[in-house]
Design a protein around this ligand. Structure first.
Ligand code: PNS
Length: 172
């Protein structure tokens, strides 16, 4: 039987427990999973690519069949280059579906050989997003249990010395 290699692509700025949950689920159904971190993102990431790669590498170390790689350009080209047969994407709520469906169809149009597979994270993470994590942390709210400790630590370092860091320190 053929091995199935999948790409789990994203910005991962930063990686959350929701992402990790999906990685764990993906690692169980695919033979190999590559976490693909987008290099050139229009989103002006808080963490640069090297930081996102380093954090993610540490966090996926416990999975034997998962590795992290950066990519740029089209996702489907990256998938073809890696000989991946599937793209894994998480769907948290019905609101994700329209955008994800559009991407999946477009990716299918570009490369029909690559199949998109949607999975749901645990319900506890269904409201979680990297954008909200950054906003909550910046404004002094607790993100405990929503991101790995390493990420919480790195967020602290990022915001230390910023004008909002006093409120960040208050919560500790
Ligand atoms: O974590 P995100 O920001 O939701 O991930 C979005 C991502 C990286 C999967 C998407 O932006 C992407 O695939 N970008 C690469 C460029 C590309 O292939 N664009 C066409 C998508 S149909």
């Amino acid at each position: 039987m053929n091995l199935v290699r999948a790409i789990y692509p994203g910005t991962f700025d930063p990686l959350t427990n929701g992402h990790l949950d999906l990685i764990e689920r993906g690692s169980k159904i695919f033979d190999e999973l590559i976490v693909g971190i987008l290099r050139n993102t229009e989103k002006d990431p808080l963490f640069n690519l090297a930081e996102r790669l380093e954090m993610s590498e540490q966090l996926i170390r416990r999975f034997d069949n998962v590795r992290v790689e950066a990519f740029e350009g089209l996702l489907v080209d990256f998938a073809m280059q890696k000989k991946a047969g599937a793209i894994l994407r998480g769907i948290r709520a019905i609101s994700d579906y329209e955008y994800e469906l559009q991407m999946a169809w477009m990716n299918r149009k570009l490369h029909p050989q690559v199949e998109t597979v949607f999975m749901m994270p645990a319900e506890a993470y269904s409201y979680l997003s990297s954008r909200l994590i950054k906003e909550i942390f910046r404004l002094g709210g607790s993100v405990r249990g929503l991101v790995p400790e390493l990420v919480e630590q790195r967020l602290g370092e990022k915001f230390a010395g910023s004008t909002t860091s006093s409120s960040v320190n208050l919560k500790k």
